[in-house]
Design a protein around this ligand. Sequence first.
Ligand code: CMP
Length: 143
Amino acid sequence: MEREFLFLKPNTVRRGLVGEVISRLERRGIKIIAMKMINATKEQAERLYKEHEGKPFYNELIEFVLSGPVVVMVLEGPRVVEMVRHIIGNTDPLKASPGSIRGEFGMSVTKNIVHASDSHENAEKEMKIFFSEDEILNYKLDV
Ligand code: CMP
């Protein structure tokens, strides 16, 4: 079974949209196997966005994700990376489909509600920045 890492950005918490995002995932049958609200550390933010270091938007992005509490999650399901990225929509809210999370709630490419890992390999790497294996739970959904 595939796992996906999800990071709800600080404006999602400040705007009271955490439940909205979670509800959209749950309605598609996606299983949450770990979840917590934290103030991310600078080290965690820099590890998460290492591939963007040096890009023009990097400093603004780091500053933004450190601006308040975030919610981090691990999700599980068949083809969950693909499914989550479909539900979330394009990185740029202006290009995201209207029915997607970013298409409905995104304010800008930085304030785009949520980060989701773009591959199975990156999901496994990124969840380890925020979770230890014993925080990731094993249970069955009632269907
Ligand atoms: P996220 O999924 O968090 O992963 C990397 C983030 O970098 C992305 O969403 C955007 O918030 C941000 N990003 C990517 N490209 C740009 C850009 N051209 N300008 C500003 N921010 C960007």
